[in-house]
Write a protein that binds this ligand. Sequence first.
Ligand code: PLP
Length: 498
Amino acid sequence: MFNNHSPDSSPSLGFLQKNNSLEERSRIVSSIKERATKDLLSCDNTGGDARFKRIETDFSNLYARGRSFCLPKMEKSPPCSSCWRWWKSSPATSRRLLTNPPRASVWSCPTSPKQVGFTYEIAPVFVLMEQLTLKKMREIVGWPNGEGDGIFSPGGAISNMYSVMIARYKYFPEIKTKGMAAAPRLVLFTSELSHYSIKKASAALGFGTDNLILLNTDERGRVIPADLESKVTEAKQKGYVPVYVNATAGTTVFGAFDPINDIADICEKYNMWLHVDAAWGGGLLMSSKHRHKMSGIHRANSVTWNPHKMMGVPLQCSAILVRERGLLQGCNSMCAGYLFQPDKHYDVTYDTGDKAIQCGRHVDIFKFWLMWKAKGTVGFEQQIDKCLDLSAYLYSKIKNREGFQMVFNGEPQHTNVCFWYLPLSLRHLPDGEEKRERLHKVAPKIKAMMMESGTTMVGYQPQGDQVNFFRMVISNPAATRSDIDFLVEEIERLGQDL
Ligand SMILES: Cc1ncc(COP(=O)(O)O)c(C=O)c1O
């Protein structure tokens, strides 16, 4: 692989760098142009040295800041000295380099984030970043010494799908080779208010959505544990095999936290896998003030946690964490001989890609790692506390305000604040079908007017028998109380005469 990095053999064409003199720059630019024109005219892209001929599309050398890029694809240039250092090091040494990076290290290698994370040799730095970060996340979940496993996936829906796959593999490993025909009728359980990705996983993985049993929730949108237990015993009486329960930490609409400890007791009693979908709520684990809402999460067998939601990491960044080591690998590995050779010169457990259901993977870890390094755990905690404070402020501002009505009473558990706005014309109507029908149309109208006037935006939806209501969620730490004030006043301005 590194042979591709042989230095440019053409003396006429150097690299365009920031510190080139004007003369050097014009010489290089005109020779690039000349070669590009020739290549475009000849369309000759074959033959011994074809890879150097597509100059017109190769901007990789522009502003190389004194040295060349070090992605193997950049075939004309050797890797920078820091990257050589990573590649030449054993994973253990690299790990030390990562926790204590040298100056002018890999951070300055501008193309590295484009790497794909399937093997250590292809993305050594990112594999290690991923491992260290996943371990830290598992420690925060509460698993002893951060033991366990995990992988970054393309979003919470896929992380949830992983959890169902791993649970199935744990109880019925033969399904991997023999398919669902090898298993009895398996059933899964999740809240009626959980994210639809659990249903999607049931369909995609061949369980069938009829075998996903929905659990009733209380007035705040939390699963009722007694309902779980009675539905599990009912399923067993019918001869079905209950294997998996999803508890949500931060439901999508209400921001509710299911009672994990009570659900964990039932899972232990009936030997079922407990997954916690903390895609939305996981960020609260960073806050000593709010993490109690997920009390019992350490008893989960797997956890979905999306740093791209509450923690503000740019999309996409989602982790599936698994308490038992080895299951991810066992469930998903296919041992393709052209990628995951067992006789490599380094410890091949660092070739984490075979645990994934993808092949090439985007290195979502990089931005998360950088943010964590920049903000620190305390920085994340402050930003999350701030968002929750703002939602408490919104709640306190509208709970008794004329024209506003809360969807449920009490402080929001997460940053979801759910409410109706009643225009003047609806306020004195008696409760009944006419009022419901008219109220149902209010939130979509106000939102449309907001979008037309370009001032602000807030989501709405119906839920069960509740007509359209606004759901304000706050995950942007740059938001302020005056933004909240503005939102409330804007709803009144646009909506009061409807
Ligand atoms: C509770 C919950 N789980 C899972 C998901 C899916 O996450 P993603 O959009 O990253 O796939 C969401 C998204 O809103 C969610 O709220």
